[in-house]
Design a binder for this molecule. Structure first.
Ligand code: FES
Length: 400
């Protein structure tokens, strides 16, 4: 049909456009009545890239430090996953964990190169978090052969040629190293074409995880460089102190670069004012989703009179009230619902992906500045992301 549409001028094109419905009817009339082949190439590629669920198994566990392990995951063919979905360096998978009566979903960035996924391996790093409910569970229970239910790769924290500069300054701490490791692996094996300088902040040299591998990759590729910044000690050929504007400029070596930041809230709080002083266009500054806010009550706009309160949240699904859950004002709704065993769809836990989208029928929530990525229409119709919403009264919400 498209070869009969010729672009001529605004007026003639509008006339052409009005012909399209009739042309479409003709094409539909001429089409065979046999159903489309569900196994055509486009569907196969879509299923390969975006399977609804990936059934995985732990192939190998490697000790990285006393509280950090790397897990090599492979397809669990017995449960129906024959191949791992391809991904972009910087993307994550979310895994579903049943911990006692709680059902929680946690996102982990794949730290291996996409090329390795073609050989059916993903690598993820799990580091114990202070009060880490899910990280403790994984570190204590995942062994070779553990079966895992995971999502397809998702997330926006990857290099996009149309928007990002080809010269990237990465800033990371121990908790945010995985996307940069994946990018460095991909640069070294030739599947990612950009220049990455990683500024890796840690307190001491022996606390910087995966530094041996990062150093090997920097040796292997002229397009990847790693700079260590230690706040608590002097180390030969490393920086001492914190990540500052002048440190970033020292390693940027050109006026045009993108900054990618991945790590804890503490790192973000420290580097945001420094990055602001660089006066880069917004599109050149990227932050990885870093999960829920560590101490929401300390936010300047958090309603102080709610800090010690607990509210009741009625949860409606498919028209039925499926649970009534006590929710602390200082915990996200998602955390409270997961702890109570309510299965809420979620991926990023950061307000970014929209997967947990729910509707407030009654009650109020607090949504901190900077995590509200809802569309304007969503916010005016009471749609919230429970992963970054805090209850401020008794509530009734509808979940998907
Ligand atoms: S889980 Fe991604 S927005 Fe809530």
């Amino acid at each position: 049909m498209s070869n009969r549409i010729i672009v001529r001028s605004p007026v003639k094109d509008v006339r052409n456009f009005t012909n399209i419905p009739e042309m479409r009817k003709g094409v539909i009339k001429e089409a065979p009545e046999t159903p489309l082949n569900a196994n055509n190439a486009v569907n196969s590629i879509a299923n390969f890239l975006h399977p609804p669920t990936q059934f995985l198994k732990v192939k190998q566990v490697a000790e990285i430090s006393k509280d950090t392990r790397a897990y090599i995951l492979e397809p669990d063919t017995a449960h129906g996953t024959a191949k791992l979905a391809y991904f972009r360096p910087g993307q994550s998978i979310s895994v579903i964990l049943e911990i006692g009566s709680a059902i929680v979903t946690r996102a982990f960035t794949i730290c291996s190169s996409p090329t390795r996924s073609l050989d059916d391996e993903y690598v993820i790093i799990v580091k114990k978090k202070p009060d880490g409910f899910a990280s403790d569970f994984i570190l204590n229970t995942w062994r070779k052969g553990t079966q895992i239910s995971a999502s397809a790769p998702f997330g926006e924290f990857y290099y996009q040629a149309l928007r990002d500069s080809k010269k990237i300054i990465g800033i990371s701490d121990n908790y945010g190293i995985s996307p940069f490791l994946s990018m460095a692996e991909a640069i070294a094996d030739g599947s990612l074409n950009l220049d990455l300088t990683l500024i890796f902040a840690a307190r001491k040299q022996n606390e910087a995880i995966m530094s041996e591998r990062l150093n090997e990759l920097a040796e292997k590729s002229a397009h990847f460089k790693v700079v260590y910044v230690f706040s608590d000690e002097h180390v030969f050929k490393c920086e001492r102190g914190f990540v500052t504007k002048s440190l970033i400029e020292k390693y940027a070596t050109s006026s045009k670069f993108s900054i990618f930041v991945s790590g804890t809230q503490t790192l973000y709080n420290r580097v945001v004012p420094q990055i602001a002083e660089l006066k880069l266009e917004n599109k050149y500054i990227r932050f990885a989703a870093n999960g829920k806010i560590e101490n929401p009550a300390s936010l300047p706009d958090f309603p102080k009179d709610a800090i010690d309160k607990t509210f009741l949240c009625k949860v409606v699904h498919n028209g039925k009230n499926i649970a009534t859950v006590p929710c602390k004002a200082t915990e996200t709704l998602l955390t409270s619902l997961e702890r109570d065993g309510v299965k809420v769809p979620s991926h990023c836990s950061s307000g970014e992906c929209g997967f947990c989208r729910s509707k407030v029928i009654k009650g109020n929530v607090f949504i901190p500045d900077g995590v509200d990525s809802r569309r304007l229409a969503d916010s005016s119709y009471g749609v919230i992301h429970p992963c970054c919403s805090y209850p401020m009264s008794d509530l009734t919400i509808v979940i998907s």
